[in-house]
Every structure is written in C-alpha cells, then in structure tokens.
Write a protein that binds this ligand. Structure first.
Ligand code: URP
Ligand code: ZN
Ligand code: ZN
Length: 460
C-alpha cells in the first residue's frame, strides 16, 4: 500500500510546515511538495495536523491485579488506543515471586500476540532481585525489554526494599536499561490504611487520605538519591503530586538524569472526585491517588518546562459493575482494585487542556505524547517522529472539531469513563499504523493481531 498524505500541517517535536508525506512499505519514504509519486490512496489533509502516532509508555492490559484482572485485553485496549490516535504502547510484563523474567516475557508475549492491533513493547516489573534475575536482565535487554519497573509501594505484592532496589539500579546501569519507579512509601501507607479502617473509615476517599503527597515526594526523593549513588538514570512513573515534582525539579537542576511522566488523570481530575456519591469515587481509585486541584497548574508548568517529559495513561481499567471490579472494595477502600481507564482519551485531552488552552504549543504536545517517550524508551527514530525511514505511524488530527467523551461511545471495554461529559477540542480522524489506515470515519479497519512486537534499544 502506497499512501500520499497531501497538504497537511506536518508537526513534529521541532517543526511545523505544510507538506506532503509519501508512505511506502510501512515507512515514511519522502516528504516534500508535488512529490513525483504514484499512490494507491491519496488523503487530503488540508486544515488538519499530521503528527507522529501517539506513544503511550504506561499501560496495563490483561493485568492480574488486586484479586481481579484489568478488563481491556490486548485487542480491546489497543483498538481503543488506535481510536484515540495512539499507535504504539509499552505495557508491563510481571515477574512472579520465584519466577523468571523469561517466563514473564513469554506470558505477556502470548497475551499480546494475535490480539494487539498496534505495535507494542514491554517494560518488565520485577518483584525481587537475585543473582539469577540479575543475569536475566541482560537477556531481556537483548530481547528489547530495556526498562524495568520497581515499586516502593504495595508491600507483599510488588514492594522491594531499598537494598534490592539499589542493586537492581546498579545492574540496570550495567546493561543499559532504564529503571521506572513507582514512588510512594508503601510501608507507611499501609500503617495509615490500617488506622483508617480501624476507625471505620472505609469509603473510597480514604484511599487518597491514606496516601498523602508527602509520601510520594519522600519516595521520589529516595529513588533519586538511590539512582544518584548507583550512577544511573531513573524515570518516575505516574507522578501525581506537586511535592514530588519539586524533587524531580531539584534533581534536574543539579544535572541528574532524572525523568518523569504524569498522566491525564492528574491534570484534569482532583481529590474532590472521590466524593462522587453512590460509591462513584471508586472510579478514581488508583495509585498514586488524585490530588488537590491547586497542584494541576504546577504539573502543566512541569510539562511545559521539561521537568516532566511525558504524558502516559497508566491505563488499568476495572469495571464499576460486575463481581470482579471496583465493587470488591464496597466495604473497604483498600480492596478496591487500583487503576483507571484512559488509553483512548490521552491525545485529545492533552491537546485540549494543553494546546487549545494555551499552556503548551503544538510541538510540545507532540513531544510529550510521542517523541520523548520514544527517545526515553529506545523507540526513536523508528517511532516518535515524521522523517524518511521512520515507521509510518501517523495521525491526521483535526484541531477544529470537538467531541464529548462518554462511556456510551468510547471503545474501551470498561463501563465508565473518568472524563464522562467533558468536551475536548481536537480529534484523531485518520490513524495510520506502519502505513496502514487502521481508523477512519470513526470505524476500525485493522485486523486483529496486526500489531508487532517492537524490540526497544538500550541506552547508548
Ligand atoms: O493504580 C494503578 N496505578 N494501577 C496500576 C498499577 C501501577 O502501580 O501502575
Ligand atoms: Zn505504579
Ligand atoms: Zn501503572
């Protein structure tokens, strides 16, 4: 399939110009004007932005967690991502206690193969660290798993002590991998949870009250200190609190290789949402929790000034209704499965709240939603930009139309949308993955399982 996209306003992280893009064999072949080519299909993109496909570097599809499993699998989740203009995800494989990294990788490859409709890679969650896992980290890097997620939260499930974290960091430095850190002080949070429950405080809002921002800031600072001593870069995932951002800013001002992402939920939703009646606050039970509204502008400023480099979704959907969803915590907030949907809404939300509201420019939107995640996680220049030789993962984005977000119309396999009723300016009209139109006219045109595993490069 040879595709010509004409007259679009081509936007990358650094440029904006009117031009034509010729796509052949799944790659961007030529960029220019009046290209001497013959195409099977020509798209007139006049009045539209043509941008690199979104890269969501933090998703949890088909993930066993909190006594249940996230309800989007690699088919429904990646299809919803495509509808929203995301053409590549990096999901998380999970090593079991006593299990190997290879087993985890095989399990997650099996989950994705035959289902994913856009390209995907994996980070590896490590629940423990020992000599055998240390050896395997190098094997994983050879397979293209070039980042490892460690947890300072969820004692008994994912948490590792500082010694194990430090050793995994050192090893990651040796093998050219990046450490992704869930930075919350899980041991202290557990004490606060016990105290809240002992007082009969069982409602969803206590999820936030028992995970105060200072405990995210403390863990962020600790992660940065450990990484500094281990002499490795660290990437803080799902940063939610302005207090944690302060720690990242201080570290970056000292010249340390510290990176961080935030997520749309922390930019648009707030702790007040936990008061939604009839157990509605459970929709927003995720970790870290939603924060005070006052911190949101600080996160936007962090995105603008590059103290935050990326926006990912942490898409981890559980239904409100049915036996295996949020209802598991009806009488005890600590049993509500942690996570929320968002994979479909990221590009439009960040365009609307960022570009349309004048907080960031359109280049920065492309950068935080695609280019930076590609660079940080070893996908660039294959993905994350529009250049000859890059994968033709492209979005024809209409900045002049609005859409109302709703669970009634979204494509995620979950019975609520955290942004229900919100109008967003900017819609992904045509979505192209490796040269193939997968979404057009609000319909999906790709085949199940057409997505390919992407082997990510280690750090230089
Ligand atoms: O609440 C969340 N974030 N669920 C997904 C797991 C994680 O910690 O990222
Ligand atoms: Zn996490
Ligand atoms: Zn996550």
């Amino acid at each position: 399939m040879k595709l010509l996209i004409k007259n679009g306003n081509v936007v990358t992280a650094s440029d904006r110009y009117t031009g034509d893009i010729f796509v052949a064999d799944g790659k961007i072949a030529m960029i220019g004007h009046d290209l001497p080519v013959t195409a099977d299909r020509t798209i007139d993109a006049k009045g539209r932005l043509v941008v690199p496909g979104g890269i969501d570097a933090h998703t949890h599809l088909d993930m066993p967690f909190g006594g249940t499993t996230s309800v989007d699998d690699f088919l429904t989740g990646t299809r919803a991502a495509a509808f929203g203009g995301t053409t590549c995800i990096v999901d998380f494989a999970i090593q079991n206690h006593g299990g190997s990294l290879r087993q985890a990788w095989d399990t997650w490859m099996d989950k994705a193969r035959g289902k994913a409709v856009i390209d995907y890679g994996f980070h590896m969650i490590m629940r423990e660290f020992n000599d055998s896992l240390s050896r395997e980290m190098k094997d994983m890097v050879s397979e293209g798993v070039t980042s490892f997620k460690l947890f300072m939260a969820y004692p008994g499930v994912f948490l590792q002590d500082d010694g194990a974290i430090f050793r995994a960091m050192q090893r990651s430095g040796e093998v050219g991998a990046t450490i992704c850190m869930h930075a919350e002080n899980g041991l202290v949070i557990d004490e606060l949870v016990k105290q809240a429950l002992a007082k009969g405080n069982t409602a969803p809002k206590y999820h936030a009250l028992t995970r105060p921002p200072r405990l995210e800031a403390e863990a962020t600072y600790r992660a940065i200190c450990l990484a500094e001593v281990a002499d490795v870069p660290v990437y803080i995932v799902h940063l939610s609190a302005a207090e944690a951002l302060e720690q990242v800013t201080l570290a970056r001002d000292r010249g340390l290789p510290v990176f961080a992402e935030t997520c749309p939920q922390y930019l648009f939703l707030s702790v007040e949402d936990y008061d939604e009646p009839n157990f509605g606050g459970a929709k927003y039970v995720m970790s870290p929790p939603l924060r005070e509204r006052a911190g949101q502008e600080k996160l936007w400023r962090g995105l603008k000034g590059n103290d935050l480099q990326a926006v990912s979704t942490d898409h981890c959907p559980f239904c409100m209704n049915g036996d295996y969803g949020k209802v598991l915590g009806k009488d005890d907030f600590s049993k509500i499965p942690n996570g929320a949907p968002g994979i479909e809404n990221r590009m439009s939300l960040i365009y609307d709240g960022g570009v349309a509201e004048g907080r960031i420019d359109v280049n920065r939107w492309v950068e935080i939603c695609s280019t930076s995640p590609a660079k940080i996680f070893g996908l660039f220049p294959r993905k994350g930009t529009i250049a000859p030789g890059s994968d033709a993962d492209l979005v024809v984005f209409n900045p002049d139309v609005s859409r109302v977000i709703s669970a009634k119309t979204h494509h995620m396999n979950v019975d609520y949308n955290s942004y229900e009723g919100r109008t967003v300016r900017g819609v992904s009209e045509i979505v192209i993955s490796r040269g193939e139109i997968v979404v057009e006219n609000d319909a999906f045109h790709g085949a199940d399982g057409r997505g390919e595993y992407v082997k990510r490069a280690p750090r230089d």
